[in-house]
Design a protein around this ligand. Structure first.
Ligand SMILES: C[S@@+](CC[C@H](N)C(=O)[O-])C[C@H]1O[C@@H](n2cnc3c(N)ncnc32)[C@H](O)[C@@H]1O
Length: 242
């Protein structure tokens, strides 16, 4: 599968092929590391993101950069087996884990390999699109948001759950993220580079007001956000303009 490459090589930004290879590599450890690094709170944040998607029973939802599928599963619970949920990601190994978890749940989510920057769906296909901890990794953030907005029907929600730089407790956060997270990553295996990339990618990601502006520029209306965990996690959502 061809992927869209970024034009620069600034810190916290990797060519798309390297991002894909990195997630293929860490896929077997991804869920375990998530639970440890977030003290298990990641599930709660994904539940909040699924709620923000505002899906009803029978609706169709898309989870972009779905990884091992947890946010897609949260959407699936909301639309039930009368609806449809697709989880899209470009890492086959992450998708493999998602499929195994999906089978154990009895199905309900269709997992497809796809680039977030060129989604293989027609305009307005879904009632909502979500992305959890993924949009920070795409080579072109504006295009990533526009693609999500394009495949959602007018009035439907686009939801972005992402790590963000908090305004308060900044020093504690920097200590945790710059020093502890890379060490934890290394201890878990041979993935030190992935967990050094993580803090750098968060630092270059727009802070909440700037991300909201980008969502509005992509044609989303009524854009709002809420923060969790002392401002470390941002949940943004807006509606596709009619
Ligand atoms: C940090 S993981 C997040 C996974 C999941 N959404 C979650 O909540 O745990 C980021 C995911 O984004 C995927 N990804 C990054 N860039 C992508 C792109 N351009 N197209 C599709 N998937 C992408 C990676 O393969 C990886 O699975």
């Amino acid at each position: 599968m061809s992927v869209t490459e970024p034009s620069t090589n600034e810190p916290g930004r990797l060519p798309a092929g390297e991002v894909q290879a990195m997630f293929d590599r860490i896929a077997p450890r991804y869920d375990r590391l998530n639970r440890i690094m977030t003290a298990g709170l990641d599930r709660r944040w994904r539940e909040a993101a699924a709620a923000a998607a505002d899906l009803a029973v029978g609706d169709a939802g898309l989870d972009v950069c779905t990884g091992t599928g947890d946010l897609a599963f949260a959407l699936s619970t909301r639309v039930t087996d009368r609806g449809r949920v697709v989880g899209a990601d470009f890492s086959e190994n992450m998708l493999d884990r998602a499929r195994v978890k999906g089978d154990a749940r009895g199905g309900g989510v269709e997992f497809v390999q796809a680039d977030a920057l060129a989604l293989p769906f027609g305009d307005g296909t879904f009632d909502a699109a979500t992305v959890g901890f993924g949009i920070r990794n795409v080579a072109d953030l504006d295009r990533g948001i526009s693609e999500m907005a394009r495949v959602v029907r007018p009035g439907g929600r686009v939801v972005i759950l992402e790590i963000t730089t908090p305004q308060r407790l900044r020093r504690f956060y920097e200590l945790w993220f710059d020093r502890v997270v890379p060490v934890l990553g290394k201890l878990m295996g041979k993935d030190g580079a992935a967990y050094s990339y993580l803090p750098a990618s968060v630092k270059r990601f727009p802070e909440p007001p700037a991300l909201a502006e980008k969502m509005a520029a992509a044609g989303l209306t009524d854009v709002r956000w809420q923060l969790f965990a002392g401002g470390i996690i941002g949940l943004h959502y807006g509606r596709v303009a009619p």
